[in-house]
Design a protein around this ligand. Structure first.
Ligand code: NAP
Ligand code: ZN
Length: 349
């Protein structure tokens, strides 16, 4: 057992504050990691605010973790002290069920263990995330950061990146795919960059007129203002795939209308009730609506390697841990350009 500094909350809506937490003594297949950077996901804010009623307190968020190996258990074979590594949204799963065998660990039939707010499969203790100096993680859930990736900008690939990459791969995004990205925040801006890298024709659908220029700079071919009824009407029936990153329950009907034949809207943002969906909008054009949850370990490593090869990196605003509460306020105002990343060197006694 060791202790380290972290940032977290003891109750919903409280500001994040310094905490001292314990990390377990290394088990045989554990990797100890000193955390250098951690991305800030909108889910972190959902948990801190207990938006889903499932938060266990104290809560230490953070699941876009980049660090260096400081020690390994005796059974660890793939990592050595000093290696540059990453940890994403999950730190354990049963590894024996059909989902795990098919590399879909987030859908483990016994339930995956999230990096924070989960229960350790052995000790039953609540997992604490990456807004901390150190973390201990089982080897299969540790990913390798390719040397060609700048570690400061790699964290957001572990959640924002993989969450949009998984449905893009699932739905075969390729040259010419007409891809729409709803919401230009952390997930959305990664969807634009990855979609462009795969050759898709990318349209950003935004509520923020001020983001149009940014969207184009990120590589988007078109920008559609969802608050402009005429523009929405003109865009009817025009997309093959739509990734909806809106972070709360909303009316998906105006977005469904934009899908062409066999088009699919994949919900990745709203993990809560939606307004009623009009069945006719699904029947017309044989449209589908689907969901997607983060991604498996193998696919996350594939994404890291793809981003290293194609130099696809998020646009990050580096912050000190002491700025985290202000960052949450800005996230609530849709003012993220386009992912906050905490420089963990700022976390000192
Ligand atoms: P974010 O950086 O805050 O971006 C969300 C964007 O959605 C905003 O920038 C805004 O873009 C748009 N938006 C916000 N409120 C809206 C509203 N009421 N109506 C329409 N558009 C709105 O958030 P994020 O980190 O990308 O996360 C997005 C959501 O995905 C969160 O709910 C998070 O919990 C969830 N998530 C899910 C998974 C998964 O596995 N499925 C994984 C990670 C995160 P514009 O200004 O362009 O309109
Ligand atoms: Zn996340």
């Amino acid at each position: 057992m060791s202790t380290c500094l972290a940032y977290g909350v003891h109750e919903a809506h409280a500001p994040l504050e310094p905490l001292r937490i314990e990390r377990r003594a290394l088990r045989d297949d554990d990797v100890a990691i000193a955390i250098d950077y951690c991305g800030v996901c909108h889910s972190d804010m959902h948990y801190v605010h207990n938006d889903w009623g499932t938060t266990r307190f104290p809560c230490v968020p953070g699941h876009e973790i980049i660090g260096r190996v400081t020690a390994v258990g005796p059974a660890v074979s793939r990592y050595r002290v000093g290696d540059r590594v990453a940890v994403g949204c999950l730190v354990d799963s049963c590894q024996g069920c059909p989902a795990c065998e098919q590399h879909q660990e987030p859908h483990c039939t016994q339930g995956m263990t999230p990096t924070y707010n989960g229960l350790d499969r052995i000790s039953g203790e609540v997992t604490l995330g990456g807004y901390a100096q150190h973390i201990v993680v089982r080897e299969p859930f540790v990913l390798r950061v390719p040397a060609a990736l700048d570690p400061r900008y790699t964290g957001p690939l572990l959640c924002a990146g993989i969450t949009v990459w998984t449905p893009m791969r699932e739905h075969g995004v390729k040259a010419g795919t007409r891809l729409a990205v709803v919401g230009l925040g952390g997930l959305g801006h990664m969807a634009v960059k990855l979609g462009v890298a795969l050759g898709a024709r990318v349209t950003v659908i935004t509520t923020s007129p001020g983001k149009a220029e940014d969207a184009r700079a990120l590589g988007a071919h078109h920008v559609l203002l969802s608050t402009d009824p005429q523009a929405m009407k003109d865009a009817a029936n025009s997309f093959d795939l739509m990734l909806d990153t809106i972070p709360r329950g909303h009316n998906v009907n105006p977005y469904l209308m934009l899908l062409g034949r066999q088009g699919t809207l994949v919900l990745v943002g709203a993990l809560e009730p939606l307004e009623p969906i009009h069945g006719a909008l699904l029947a017309i054009n044989n449209r589908s609506i689907a969901g997607s949850l983060i991604g498996g370990l193998q696919q996350t490593q594939e994404l890291l390697d793809f981003c290293a090869e194609h130099q696809v990196l998020p646009d990050c605003e580096m912050i000190d841990i002491q700025d985290i509460n202000q960052a949450f306020v800005r996230m609530e105002k849709n003012d993220v350009k386009y992912r906050f990343v905490i420089d963990m060197a700022s976390l000192k006694p």
